[in-house]
Write a protein that binds this ligand. Structure first.
Ligand SMILES: NC(=O)N[C@H](N)C(=O)O
Length: 276
């Protein structure tokens, strides 16, 4: 299992001598937020979070047509929150890309470090404190939970990438694999946050076109990614936001593995239009 350090933003500002070489893009079907644009001037502070700043990477853009928001949170030593989530309907996943912190869920306390993963169901009572002497950086993916009559709500859990199940995609000689934190058939869950790994030379060999949206943060490596009609070069630290039905494919040319954290909405009926 690869547990190489993941890329996390460093902040700061590029020098005045830098030419505009960034690959930032915003289209009707996708956005690319390259790592070089995650500077100090695009950070936010969030209510009831101390010594913490956030890069907001994704949010619903057209009412409720999109499903999720995603932040990179950077918590300085001594920082954190005892009132982290203001919305009782919001579930969350935390994935740590650098450092560590203490996470309290109800009466239980967990120590999380790089590669750590937490699922926090809607209405879960949790708190986070960075009691180390280094900043802690993590992704926070939030989605309104869609409860289903007759199906229990999911329980909170804490794990680590090294303890999750890595599944090779069929007929790929192990060049394309997905590390899953939740079973795809577990109907309690309506979102997955997985890790996709493509070894050098690995491809997504067709333009996947599906109703699920994606938030896609490159943890390691580089590749060319097909987004709608465009081929885009991406590397560790870049973020991609894909609307429903945005065609997507990938070629991982190496030299090392290309790995990304992937949000996906799953396992629920779609809302229906109403005849007028
Ligand atoms: N872009 C992707 O990695 N998509 C995945 N294969 C997925 O939708 O599960």
């Amino acid at each position: 299992m690869t547990t190489a350090p993941y890329y996390s933003p460093k902040g700061g500002l590029p020098p005045q001598t830098q030419l505009l070489t960034d690959r930032a893009m915003f289209t009707e079907s996708y956005a690319v937020i390259p790592k070089g644009t995650m500077t100090d001037i695009v950070t936010s502070y969030l209510p009831h979070w101390e010594k913490t700043r956030a890069w907001v990477l994704a949010r619903p853009m057209s009412g409720f047509a999109e499903t999720f928001s995603q932040y990179i949170m950077e918590v300085a030593p001594g920082g954190g929150s005892t009132r982290p989530e203001p919305d009782a309907t919001a579930q969350g996943v935390l994935f740590i890309v650098d450092g560590g912190f203490t996470l309290r869920i109800g009466d239980e306390t967990h120590r999380l470090k790089t590669g750590g993963y937490a699922y926090l169901p809607a209405s879960c009572e949790w708190a986070l404190s960075n009691d180390t002497d280094a900043p802690a950086t993590f992704h926070w993916v939030r989605k309104t939970y869609q409860a289903v009559d007759g199906i229990d709500a999911p329980e909170p859990f804490v794990t680590h990438e090294a303890d999750a199940t890595k599944i090779e995609m069929p007929d790929t000689d192990g060049k394309w694999a997905t590390t899953r934190f939740v079973e795809p058939t577990d109907m309690r869950h309506d979102m997955h946050v997985n890790i996709v790994t493509l070894e050098p030379g690995g491809v997504i060999p067709f333009a996947e076109t599906h109703v699920m949206e994606h938030g896609l943060y490159v943890l390691e490596g580089k590749a060319v990614y097909r987004l709608n009609q465009d081929w885009v070069e991406v590397e560790a630290g870049d973020f991609m936001w894909l609307r429903a039905f945005c065609p997507q494919a990938c070629y991982a040319g190496g030299p090392g593995p290309f790995r990304y954290l992937l949000y996906k909405d799953v396992n629920r009926h779609m809302p229906l239009g109403r005849p007028k």
